[in-house]
Design a binder for this molecule. Structure first.
Ligand code: IMP
Length: 430
């Protein structure tokens, strides 16, 4: 399983792509089209919001019941992949909740109503769709495929309409109405891909198939464990792979957590190591830190080991992939956060309150930087890692008690180093 250990955008798409050859099936288990996964193959750049990354490698791809699905996005991604020559073998859970045009309008209205307390959502209808799921007024694939006259759809339509009109004093937007018209037509095209994914995945496990569970967003955006309320509306931690697919926790295997060599965050919320100076700008420019979904610039800062340790604990991440290590090249000294000071008290973990967390002043330790990257073209790239980079990686390992298994120093598959003898039964073909 692959999960993000920060505020999303850790480079999960690339790592899942690199690992996908070792698996038969790739499944997503939470989030929706708020995610943005970029995969680069040769000169071609692919950006997905919903489709599991393995779609590009001819793998069976599954969208589990924990995902909220925007059928327009799904269809558009299917069509663009098909026109690029890919044959997509997709199964979408009949129990997955579906995002409707109402949810998207409500997401936008809720954000606008928050004034300067905005979360900075992606405005893709994620929060309102999960809220309706928990309120038991949502619509699932199985409801939508019966017909749009079914009782569940009626409840959703009436509730959404009154929320938009009475709560927000707004009318239903023309774009909402227009897309509602197209909704059932789109559902018809998605219908052939809908089925019982839990049954499928469990049978596949029984038949000895290997499944890669692909997380979206990141631990610090988790609805329970993230910097609430500046979070997304799903559980992003590894445990969600079970509820989000219907595969029991006893059948799940090891967890690979992904962390950038520094931190980024898009949207509002506490970020103790944020750098609002030339170094922050350098990280943003070198790392191309602009959102895949919204194009918003990402806030950048030094690696926060306190947050990383917290995320490793929540996910049980025994293995780590450290991405974008190239972005730190030439910076000297490097800083890593090893504690917070909040109103005179030193803390070694993340406090529950975001008000308190936003007061955290990072306590840094300095490390020597490196000026050159390992030569990935060498057959033994690992042995060409500069000592200072090894020290940086060892610092991460000693803080988290996890093992660095993969180092990524660029967007291309070839820019990847598999640390020898760490990940059992995994090879990477660059
Ligand atoms: P929502 O998921 O659209 O409701 O947005 C809630 C928060 O999560 C906002 O701060 C978003 O910027 C952030 N967010 C959601 N999805 C991602 C992602 O895939 N990467 C990074 N941030 C995300």
């Amino acid at each position: 399983m692959v999960v993000g250990l920060q505020w999303g955008d850790e480079g999960k798409g690339k790592i899942v792509d690199v690992l996908s050859e070792n698996f038969d099936i790739i499944t997503r288990f939470q989030g929706g089209s708020n995610a943005g996964h970029t995969v680069i193959i040769g000169d071609a750049v692919f950006k997905f919001r919903l489709m599991p990354t393995g779609a590009l490698r001819g793998k069976k791809v599954v969208i589990g019941n924990g995902v909220v699905v925007d059928p327009f996005v799904l269809l558009q991604e299917l069509e663009s992949l098909r026109s690029a020559g890919f044959n997509i073998d997709l199964l979408v859970s009949d129990r997955a909740h579906f995002i409707t045009p109402y949810h998207i309008q409500i997401d936008q209205l809720q954000e606008n109503a928050k004034g300067n307390q905005k979360i900075g959502t992606t405005k893709r209808g994620i929060g309102p769709t999960y809220a309706d799921k928990i309120s038991r007024i949502g619509v699932r694939a199985s409801d939508l495929l019966t017909s749009l006259d079914n009782p569940q759809w009626k409840i959703l339509a009436e509730t959404s309409t009154s929320r938009i009109q009475e709560l927000h004093h707004e009318k239903i937007e023309d774009s909402t109405l227009k897309s509602l018209d197209a909704y059932s037509e789109t559902m018809k095209q998605i219908a052939p891909f809908v089925g019982d994914t839990s049954e499928y995945l469990n049978s596949a496990i029984d038949a000895g198939k290997r499944i890669l569970f692909e997380g979206a967003q990141g631990t610090l955006l988790d609805i329970d464990h993230g910097s609430y309320p500046f979070v997304t509306s799903s559980n992003c931690v590894s445990a969600a792979a079970s509820t989000g697919t219907g595969v029991a926790p006893t059948k799940l295997d090891s967890v690979l957590g992904i962390t950038k060599a520094y931190m980024t965050r898009v949207g509002a919320g506490p970020f103790p190591t944020e750098l609002q100076d030339a170094t922050g700008e350098a990280l943003q420019a070198r790392g191309g830190e602009f959102g895949t979904v919204t194009g918003r610039p990402r806030r950048c800062g030094w690696l926060d080991l306190v947050a990383l340790k917290y995320a490793v604990r929540l996910n049980g991440a025994k293995y780590l992939a450290v991405t974008k290590i190239d972005v730190l090249t030439g910076l000297n000294p490097l800083k890593v956060c090893v504690g917070y000071e909040i109103e005179g008290t030193e803390l070694k973990t993340i406090p529950a309150s975001s008000v308190e967390y936003s007061k955290a002043i990072p306590i840094y330790e300095e490390l020597s930087g490196w000026s050159e990257l390992p030569k990935v073209s060498d057959s033994d790239a690992y042995s060409s890692i500069p000592t200072t980079m090894l020290d940086f990686l060892k610092k991460i390992e000693s803080w988290t008690s996890s093992k660095v298994a993969i180092i990524s120093q660029g967007p291309d598959r070839a820019d990847t180093i598999l640390v020898p003898d760490v990940l059992p039964d995994i090879s990477i073909d660059v």
